[in-house]
Every structure is written in structure tokens, then in C-alpha cells.
Design a protein around this ligand. Structure first.
Ligand SMILES: [Zn+2]
Length: 265
């Protein structure tokens, strides 16, 4: 598969981010400041360069998207309260932008754990497909919840989302192939992994992958804002910025509209 980009969350016990130098997947905004310094000029260039990718007319109504949850090796009933809590908070985070609705909750069996499936996927193996391809449903986000484990002291994988790096049109063409994401039970329980992975699903990058100009566009120029942002690691994350929400909604409108997204009444 071309242009595949894998995203993972590694949570360590400390509040220190592992910095990765990488090219951002892009940003969008629909306003340009009047006065322009170096940062602002860079910002304008950024807006221009991503305009074709991300610009779309923002629908003022709220989008509605269904999520299927696939629970691996645990009783569905034990996870329903956690799913409900996640959805409530998710809808609070995305209020006025996207509304998420639980569609199905289904139990699956697998002898593997999240890091094994992820590593196998990186290696071109079939474990992820064997678990998820048959059951992934067109028109929905399909979330697979699995056990994880500590691979090295203090470090666990809590999720991953297969993404195209620069082929957003492909999502509709291969759906539901790229509508499958994985999170750990722990990540779901502590309410960070699903929000983070959905951020990736709707085009957001990690803050440390962004230039200063891109952070400015996304409202992440303040270190405190960056620290608590759901796309960060190892901090007490609790929010998306308004600009990130706008970008995610624009991306959903343009590239994920096959999800059965409809404007709310
Ligand atoms: Zn991530």
C-alpha cells in the first residue's frame, strides 16, 4: 500500500516528550493576520500550500459519525461504561463540530496483543487484517480495543492509526480499509488514546512534528497549550484547540464524507 503512515502513542511514566523531527502532514486556517512578520509570512505560505489540500467550505452544522467498537478478549459488558464515558467526553471535546455515536459493540478473539499486531503490520504481516478486515464496516470508524504490554520499562504502545501520508483521496476509494484504528484498554480507560488517534484520523500531527508557523496556525504556539493538547504525549492532556477542531471538521467534510456524515438538524 502506497504512502502509508503509521502513528503510535508511546506513553512513558514521565512528562517528557520524545522529540521527533518530521514533516507535518499539513494545516489549515481560513484567516490571515493583517500585519506580517517572518512567522506570519511563513504562515501565509503554509496556508497557500495547504489550501488545495484542506480548504473546503465549512458546514456550520454539526457532523454525525458512527463508531463501531471491537472488544478483543474481554466481555463487552465490562467495556460499555468506558465506551460511554469516552463518547461523552469526545462529544464534549468536539461540541459544535462533530458528534460521535456508538453504532455496534462486538467481541473478537485474538491470541495477540497490540504491540505484536502493530509490529507485524509494520513488517507487512497479516495479523491486523486477519483481526479486522472482515468485520470493519463501511461508513463507520472501526475501533479495535486490545490488551497492550510494557515493552520496555515505562513504555507501552497505546494505539495506532494507519494513514496515507499524502493521498487523502484514497480514504474514500479503499473504505473501510483505512477506517480501522487500534487503541489499548488502558488508553481507552484513561481517556486519551481514542481522542489522540481520532486526531490523527482527521489529519492532525503531533505538536513536535510542526514548525513554529504551523503551531501558530493551529493555536499551539503557547507551550502550555501544546503540553495539554490531545496530540501531545506525556502531559496531562485535556483539549484540542479551536483551530484543530476546524481543521478536523474540514478534513472530515472533504475526505471522510463516505462515513455517512450528515449535517445535524
Ligand atoms: Zn500519535
Amino acid at each position: 500500500m502506497r504512502y502509508i503512515c503509521l502513528i503510535l502513542i508511546i506513553i512513558t511514566t514521565s512528562c517528557k516528550s520524545s522529540k521527533i523531527s518530521n514533516k507535518s502532514s499539513g494545516n489549515a486556517s481560513h484567516t490571515v493576520p493583517a500585519g506580517c512578520g517572518v512567522d506570519c509570512m511563513a504562515q501565509n505560505e503554509l496556508l497557500k500550500s495547504f489550501e488545495n489540500i484542506f480548504y473546503t467550505k465549512i458546514d456550520s452544522s454539526q457532523l454525525q459519525i458512527g463508531i463501531n467498537f471491537f472488544i478483543v478478549n474481554r466481555e463487552i459488558e465490562s467495556q460499555l461504561p468506558t465506551i460511554q464515558t469516552n463518547l461523552l467526553e469526545l462529544n464534549s471535546l468536539f461540541e459544535g463540530s462533530i458528534e460521535f455515536r456508538k453504532h455496534k459493540v462486538i467481541r473478537l478473539e485474538s491470541k495477540y496483543k497490540l504491540p505484536t499486531v502493530y509490529q507485524d503490520y509494520l513488517d507487512g504481516g497479516q495479523l491486523f487484517d486477519e483481526l479486522s478486515r472482515e468485520v470493519a464496516e463501511l461508513g463507520y470508524i472501526n475501533v479495535f480495543v486490545m490488551e497492550t504490554l510494557e515493552e520496555t520499562p515505562g513504555r507501552k504502545l497505546h494505539g495506532f492509526t494507519p494513514l496515507y501520508n499524502d493521498y487523502h483521496e484514497g480514504y474514500a476509494k479503499v473504505a473501510p480499509e483505512m477506517d480501522r484504528l487500534m487503541v489499548s484498554f488502558e488508553g481507552l480507560e484513561f481517556k486519551y488514546s481514542l481522542y489522540h488517534e481520532l486526531g490523527h484520523y482527521f489529519s492532525l500531527a503531533h505538536p513536535w512534528e510542526l514548525s513554529e508557523a504551523q503551531k501558530l496556525v493551529l493555536g499551539l504556539q503557547d507551550p502550555q497549550e501544546e503540553c495539554v493538547n490531545h496530540m501531545n504525549y506525556n502531559c496531562f492532556v485535556n483539549k484540542f484547540t479551536q483551530q484543530q477542531l476546524i481543521q478536523m471538521k474540514a478534513f472530515a467534510n472533504r475526505y471522510r464524507s463516505y462515513l455517512g456524515i450528515r449535517g445535524a438538524d
